[in-house]
Write a protein that binds this ligand. Structure first.
Ligand code: GLU
Length: 503
C-alpha cells in the first residue's frame, strides 16, 4: 500500500514493553533495537516497561534476561524500573493495577463498559456453536444492557463478572501505520465486546497497554506486526476514554529462509535467544548490526554500521513492510568482519569473559585447564586466526586444540591424497632437524632445511604438514601454529603421523 512519508517532530517518547514470559529472543531484540534507534535518531526518550500482568506466564529471571541481554547488545534505556521518573513510575504493570481500575470504573460509569457474568462454560458453548455454524467466534453482547434484577440474580449465584468494553456497530478503527500504511478494521469483525478487566480484577493487555501508553505520554508505538490485530481494540479504548492516540508502526517479523514462515521455537537450526549468540562467541556489535537490517535498510550499499552510525542513518521511512529473512551466512560474515576490526587484546578480553562464564563445553574445558594464566599464548593464537575466525568460539576451539594436540586422536582424513613416501621423507627430515634445534624453535628455518633436503616445496610440503599438525588441510601459516606448540608436542605429532603412515 502506498503510504505518506512520516515526519517525526516534537518530543518523542517510545517504549519497549516486554512480557517476562521468556528470555530475550531475536524478535524482542529487533523490537527493542528499533525503538532504541527511533528514540536516539529523533532525539527522544526510550522507556522500558515490564508487562507482567500475566503472573502465571512470567518465568523466573525473564525480566533479568531482558535487561542483561539488552545491555550486552549495547543498548540502554533512558527510563525504566531501574531508572524511574516520578511522573511516570511505576514501570511494572503489576504495580499499576489500581490505575487501570480507575479507568475501568470511569468507563463503567459512562456506560462504555459493562459487567459480564457469563461463565466460562457458557462462553465455551457460545464459541462452539459459532464454530459449528461456521461464523467467526465473537462475544454476542449477552450481558450488555442487563437489568438490575439479572445482575442481582447473577451475584446471588456467586458468579464473578468480567468487565467488557462495548463496541459501536459498523465503526471503522483505522490508523496510518508508520510502516504498513493505512490499516482499517470494522468494529463488527474484531471479536465483539472484549474483556478489559478480568474477574480477578487484573486489567487485560489491550486495556493496560493503552492506559500506560497514555499516562507515560508515548508518542509512537513501534512493535511487532503480530500486534496488528490488537491495535483496533486499543483504538476502541482510546476512543471510549476520549484520550489522544499515539502513532502506530508495526515491524515485520523475522522469517526463516528454510521454511519461509515466521521464525519459531521449532526452527532448531536458528539460535533464538540473544544469550546463545553471546555464549557462542558472536560480538554484540555484529549482532546489533545484523538485527538492524532485519526490517530496515539504509540508503546505499554500506553494510557495516557502528551503533552511532545506525542512530545517524536510521529513518522510519526505510522500515520494510515485507518479511525480514534470517540469513545465518550474512550473520557469520558480519561477525567475522567485526572480529577483523577488533584488536587482539580486546578479543582476548572477551574470550576470557566467555571462559570465565563457562557456559559451553569448550569454555568449561579451557577454564578447567587454567587458561586464564596463559594470556600471551591466547593472544598468539588469536593473532594466527584473526582474519579467518567466524566467532570467538573459533579461537577458543583452536586454543583448546593446540593445548591438547598431544592427546587428541587425529583422523588424518585429508592425508590420503598425498604421496605417503614423500610425507614420510618430509617428516623424517623434520624430526632430525628438530632434535638439535634450540627453543624457541625457528620453524621457518627448519622448514627451509627440510625443503632443501627433500626437494619438496610449496603445496606438496605445506599441505601434508597442515594435516599432520592440525588434522586439516586448510590452516593458516603452519610455522605460526608450530611456534605456539611445545617442541615435545610437535615431535609427538610427527611420530604419530609416521606411525599412522607405517600402518
Ligand atoms: N508485552 C507485549 C509483548 O511482549 C508488547 C506489546 C506492545 O508493545 O504493545 O508482545
Amino acid at each position: 500500500m502506498k503510504k505518506d512519508k512520516v515526519e517525526v517532530t516534537g518530543d518523542v517518547r517510545v517504549r519497549y514493553a516486554p512480557s517476562p514470559t521468556g528470555f530475550l529472543h531475536l524478535g524482542n531484540a529487533q523490537s527493542a533495537l528499533f525503538n532504541y534507534l527511533f528514540a536516539k535518531h529523533y532525539n527522544g526518550t526510550w522507556v522500558l516497561r515490564i508487562e507482567d500482568t500475566d503472573l502465571k506466564r512470567n518465568v523466573p529471571h525473564g525480566e533479568e534476561s531482558q535487561m542483561e541481554n539488552l545491555h550486552w547488545l549495547g543498548i540502554d534505556w533512558d527510563e525504566g524500573p531501574d531508572k524511574p521518573k516520578v511522573e511516570f513510575a511505576p514501570y511494572h504493570q503489576k504495580d499499576r493495577v489500581n490505575l487501570y481500575h480507575k479507568y475501568v470504573q470511569q468507563l463503567l460509569d459512562d456506560g462504555f463498559a459493562y459487567l459480564d457474568y457469563a461463565t466460562e462454560e457458557e462462553l465455551k458453548e457460545l464459541h462452539d456453536q459459532q464454530i459449528e455454524a461456521k461464523i467467526a467466534p465473537h462475544y454476542d453482547g449477552r450481558w450488555y444492557g442487563a437489568t438490575e434484577e439479572q445482575i442481582k440474580q447473577a451475584e446471588a449465584e456467586g458468579r464473578k463478572p468480567t468487565v467488557r468494553l462495548h463496541l459501536p456497530e459498523d465503526h471503522i478503527y483505522g490508523w496510518d501505520d508508520m510502516i504498513k500504511g493505512r490499516v482499517e478494521f470494522n468494529s463488527d469483525n474484531i471479536g465483539g465486546d472484549f474483556i478489559i478487566e478480568k474477574s480477578n480484577g487484573m486489567a487485560t493487555y489491550n486495556f493496560a497497554v493503552v492506559i500506560d501508553d497514555y499516562l507515560m505520554k508515548m508518542t509512537h508505538v513501534l512493535r511487532g506486526d503480530d500486534h496488528i490485530a490488537n491495535t483496533p481494540k486499543q483504538i476502541a479504548v482510546y476512543e471510549a476514554l476520549g484520550i489522544p492516540q499515539p502513532l502506530f508502526g508495526h515491524i515485520t517479523l523475522i522469517y526463516s529462509l528454510d521454511t519461509h514462515k515466521k521464525l519459531s521455537k521449532r526452527d532448531k537450526n536458528t539460535l533464538q535467544f540473544i544469550s546463545q549468540y553471546r555464549k557462542y562467541g558472536y560480538l554484540n556489535e555484529a549482532l546489533m548490526n545484523f538485527i538492524a537490517f532485519l526490517g530496515w535498510s539504509p540508503v546505499g550499499e554500506k553494510e557495516l554500521f557502528t551503533r552511532e552510525e545506525l542512530i545517524e542513518a536510521y529513518d522510519i521511512n526505510r522500515m520494510s513492510a515485507s518479511p525480514a529473512y534470517f540469513d545465518q551466512k550474512k550473520l557469520d560474515w558480519t561477525n567475522a568482519e567485526y572480529i577483523k576490526k577488533t584488536s587482539v587484546d580486546e578479543l582476548t578480553k572477551r574470550i576470557m569473559l566467555l571462559v570465565d562464564a563457562a557456559e559451553t563445553d569448550v569454555a568449561e574445558q579451557l577454564k578447567a585447564i587454567g587458561i586464564e594464566n596463559e594470556l600471551d599464548f591466547i593472544k598468539k593464537v588469536v593473532t594466527i586466526y584473526h582474519t579467518e575466525a567466524k566467532t570467538l568460539m573459533t579461537f577458543m576451539e583452536k586454543v583448546l586444540f593446540i593445548k591438547n594436540a598431544n592427546q587428541v586422536a587425529f583422523t588424518y582424513a585429508d592425508l590420503a591424497e598425498f604421496d605417503s613416501a614423500d610425507i614420510k621423507q618430509i617428516l623424517t627430515a623434520m624430526s632430525a632437524e628438530l632434535k638439535d634445534a634450540a627453543e624457541p624453535v625457528d620453524y621457518p628455518a627448519i622448514l627451509s632445511a627440510v625443503q632443501k633436503e627433500t626437494g619438496q616445496k610449496g603445496r606438496k610440503l605445506y599441505m601434508p604438514l597442515n594435516v599432520v599438525f592440525t588434522d586439516s588441510k586448510s590452516a593458516p601459516q603452519i610455522t605460526d601454529i608450530l611456534s605456539v606448540m611445545p617442541k615435545a608436542t610437535v615431535q609427538h605429532l610427527i611420530d604419530n603421523a609416521l606411525e599412522h603412515l607405517n600402518k
